[in-house]
Design a protein around this ligand. Structure first.
Ligand code: ZN
Length: 81
């Protein structure tokens, strides 16, 4: 049985394969645990990257925000009596 490479599975998962190629790949994945595991691995890499990127973006937006309003800290409730 011919196995799929990471590169091929990348194409598959991003829908960049021909229809026939996708059908063949899906059929193979049904039968082949090895390739399924590889596909899962690619997906978890993705999730990791997404998480990393979103936490980086959050960090950047917080950093930008505090740069723009350096003394806009909520201190109003200390003056309310
Ligand atoms: Zn396989």
């Amino acid at each position: 049985m011919k196995h799929y490479t990471k590169e091929e599975l990348e194409l598959y998962r991003h829908g960049q394969m021909s229809v026939l190629g996708r059908i063949n790949c899906a059929t193979h994945l049904e039968a082949c645990e090895e390739c399924r595991n590889l596909l899962e691995e690619l997906k978890s890499d993705d999730d990791f990257m997404k998480e990393l990127r979103s936490s980086l973006m959050l960090y950047e937006s917080v950093a930008k925000e505090s740069e723009r309003h350096p003394q806009k800290l909520p201190n109003h409730h200390t003056t309310v009596r």
